[in-house]
Ligand binder design. Structure first.
Ligand code: SAH
Ligand code: SF4
Length: 363
C-alpha cells in the first residue's frame, strides 16, 4: 500500500518550492511538469491562497493539491504608520518569532524593506537589530511572504516596484534561502520584480558576494561605515574576518550591468567616522570601483552611546565626496518615530518590552 495512506503527513508549503522543485514534486505523481509554472503564477501573480481557485486546473488536480500542499501567508500582528508616510509591518511567524518590514513612500511608487533573519548575529555596535543577536534564519517562503502580505495590503499592488534587503538580518548569512527568495521575487512565474529594482545590502561577507554575483541578478549594497580597518574593526566585528580590502576586491569582481554601480552605505557617527579625513580616505578607497555612496546619519535609540553628527559635519563630509565626483546622497531614513528607520528594527525585544510594560500596569 502507498505510504501516504498509512502515515499522517504534514502538508508542504507550495511557496517553499522553486519552480523546478515543484515540477519534480508533481512529477513523482505523474503530473506534467508545466503545471508547476501554472500553479506558481496563480500563487504569485493572481495572489490566490487556495487551490480551489485555480480554475484552469482540473477538479481532480485541485483536490489532489489541496490535500497535499498549503499556500502559506504571514500573520500581520501590527501595522504602524509614521508621520512621514512610511509604514512598518510587524509579522508573527509560525513559531511565534517576530519580524518587521518597512514600506517606504517614494515619488510615484513604494519601496519595501524586508528582513532576511529574525535578529542578526553580526553584532555591529551601532545597530539595534544586532544587539539582540541572531534568533534564526528565515525560510525563503517567510522572506517572499513579506512581499506578498504588503502587496495584498496595497490598493494598487503595481505601485510596489522596489525591494531592498535592508531590514533585520544579514542576508548573505542566510544565503540559500535569500537566493531562492530573490529567484521567486524576480522570476517570470514568480512575483516578476525587475532585478534592477531589487537590492541586497550586506555587511560584507566577501566570499558570499562572489557567490551572489554568480547565482542571481541583483543590485549590491555594502555597509562600509568606515574607511580604515581599525575603525571598522571597532564598529563591525566581522571586519576582522573580512577586512575592507577583501570586500572591495569582491565588489570589483561583482558583475555589474552597464551603467550600474555598487552602493556603499556609510552610517555617520559623531566623532567616530565623520571627519573630512575619513571622507578623503573613503574617496580614495572607492576610486577603483563604480561606486555610489549613501550617507546615513546615525539613528539614535535608547541606551546607545553613539550620536548623530551635526548637520554642518554631515554636509562637509558629503562635500568632500562630491568634490571627488561621487554621487553621494544623504539618506535621512524614514520612520524614526515608529522605530522603522535603518538599524532600528528590533521586533522581538520591542514586543517583549511592551508586554512587560503592560504586565507592570496590570500588577
Ligand atoms: N545586514 C545588512 C542589511 C541590513 S541594512 C547590512 O548591514 O547591510 C541596515 C543598514 O542600516 C546598514 O547599512 C547599517 O549600516 C545601517 N544601520 C544600522 N544601525 C543604524 C543606525 N542606528 N542608524 C543608521 N543606520 C544604521
Ligand atoms: Fe546585522 Fe546589518 Fe545590523 Fe550589522 S548593521 S548588526 S549586519 S543588521
Amino acid at each position: 500500500m502507498c505510504q501516504e495512506n498509512t502515515l499522517m503527513f504534514v502538508p508542504q508549503d507550495a511557496k517553499s518550492f522553486t519552480q523546478e522543485q515543484l515540477a519534480r514534486w508533481l512529477g513523482q505523481y505523474g503530473i506534467a511538469p508545466y503545471r508547476a509554472g501554472q500553479i506558481l503564477r496563480w500563487i504569485y501573480q493572481r495572489g490566490v491562497y487556495s487551490f480551489s481557485e485555480m480554475t484552469d486546473l482540473s477538479k481532480d488536480l485541485r483536490q489532489f493539491l489541496s490535500e497535499r500542499l498549503v499556500i502559506s501567508q504571514l500573520e500581520t500582528e501590527q501595522v504602524q504608520t509614521s508621520k512621514d508616510g512610511s509604514i512598518k509591518y510587524l509579522f508573527r511567524l509560525k513559531d511565534g518569532q517576530h519580524i518587521e518590514s518597512v514600506l517606504i513612500p517614494e515619488p510615484g511608487h513604494w519601496t519595501l524593506c524586508i528582513s532576511s533573519q529574525a535578529g542578526c548575529g553580526m553584532g555591529c555596535k551601532f545597530c539595534l537589530t544586532g544587539r539582540g543577536g541572531l534568533v534564526r534564519n528565515l525560510e525563503s517562503s517567510e522572506i517572499i511572504n513579506q512581499v506578498c502580505a504588503v502587496r495584498d495590503d496595497l490598493q494598487d499592488p503595481s505601485s510596489l516596484t522596489n525591494i531592498v534587503f535592508m531590514g533585520m538580518g544579514e542576508p548573505l548569512a542566510n544565503y540559500n534561502s535569500v537566493v531562492q527568495a530573490i529567484q521567486t521575487i524576480t522570476g517570470n512565474n514568480g512575483l516578476q520584480f525587475s532585478s534592477r529594482r531589487v537590492t541586497l545590502s550586506t555587511v560584507g561577507l566577501a566570499p558570499r558576494i562572489d557567490d551572489l554575483g554568480r547565482d542571481v541578478k541583483v543590485n549590491l549594497a555594502v555597509s562600509l561605515n568606515a574607511a580604515d580597518n581599525d575603525t571598522r574593526n571597532k564598529l563591525m566585528p566581522i571586519n576582522r574576518t573580512y577586512p575592507i580590502e577583501m570586500i572591495l576586491s569582491a565588489c570589483r569582481r561583482f558583475p555589474l550591468p552597464s551603467r550600474r554601480t555598487v552602493m556603499f552605505e556609510y552610517v555617520l557617527i559623531a566623532g567616530v567616522n565623520d571627519a573630512p579625513t575619513d571622507a578623503e580616505r573613503l574617496a580614495r578607497l572607492l576610486r577603483p570601483l563604480r561606486a555610489k555612496i549613501n550617507l546615513i546619519p546615525f539613528n539614535p535609540y535608547e541606551g546607545t552611546e553613539f550620536k548623530r553628527p551635526g548637520e554642518d559635519v554631515i554636509l562637509a563630509f558629503q562635500k568632500v565626496l562630491l568634490d571627488h565626483h561621487y554621487t553621494a546622497i544623504i539618506r535621512h531614513s524614514k520612520g524614526g518615530d515608529i522605530g522603522a528607520a535603518c538599524g532600528q528594527l528590533r521586533a522581538g525585544s520591542e514586543l517583549k518590552a511592551q508586554r512587560s510594560r503592560l504586565k507592570g500596569q496590570e500588577d
